[in-house]
Design a protein around this ligand. Structure first.
Ligand SMILES: C[S@@+](CC[C@H](N)C(=O)[O-])C[C@H]1O[C@@H](n2cnc3c(N)ncnc32)[C@H](O)[C@@H]1O
Length: 137
């Protein structure tokens, strides 16, 4: 999709966006020197757990103190799905790939904490999604 993103940005006359990066979160180090924030939407449940590990390692080393890592997506909480639709979605993901699936928010927060990313805020969003905000200490 990187070519499509670049063409759309150019077509819309957007000059403030940098070209999209070839960034596989698992591959360390990431091909970027600095960032004020990292935004990751609907990724960690549609990728193996190693992608969540890579995301936290990459964001933890890239972000400056007080830098924000923002995640959006569906999560399990306290070992349970938060809605029947999320349970069905989880099942369909796992049937496509057994390494995919909704993550436990607590496990994600623990992983983040090991990389110096503190869980700051969890905001309930429409259709049983969450905004999850981490801040680099
Ligand atoms: C369901 S799509 C979400 C796309 C977009 N963020 C959205 O919400 O519309 C999942 C995205 O995760 C990305 N992804 C999966 N594994 C990844 C990895 N190891 N590194 C970087 N991105 C990855 C895919 O390239 C894909 O763009």
């Amino acid at each position: 999709m990187r070519r499509s993103i670049a063409v759309h940005a150019e077509g819309a006359g957007v000059r403030t966006l940098k070209p999209p990066l070839d960034l596989d979160v698992i591959r360390q180090p990431w091909p970027i020197e600095r960032a004020d924030a990292v935004v990751c939407i609907n990724m960690i449940h549609i990728a193996p757990w190693s992608a969540a590990e890579g995301l936290m390692a990459g964001a933890g080393s890239l972000l400056p103190p007080a830098g924000v890592l923002y995640l959006y997506g569906p999560y399990r909480r306290d070992g349970r799905h938060t809605a029947p639709s999320n349970a069905e979605f989880d099942e369909s993901l796992r049937s496509r790939n057994p390494d995919w699936g909704l993550r436990d928010l607590e496990a994600v927060a623990e992983l983040a904490g090991r990389q110096g990313l503190e869980l700051r805020e969890v905001i309930e969003m429409p259709t049983n999604n969450l905004s999850v905000v981490f801040v680099r200490s």
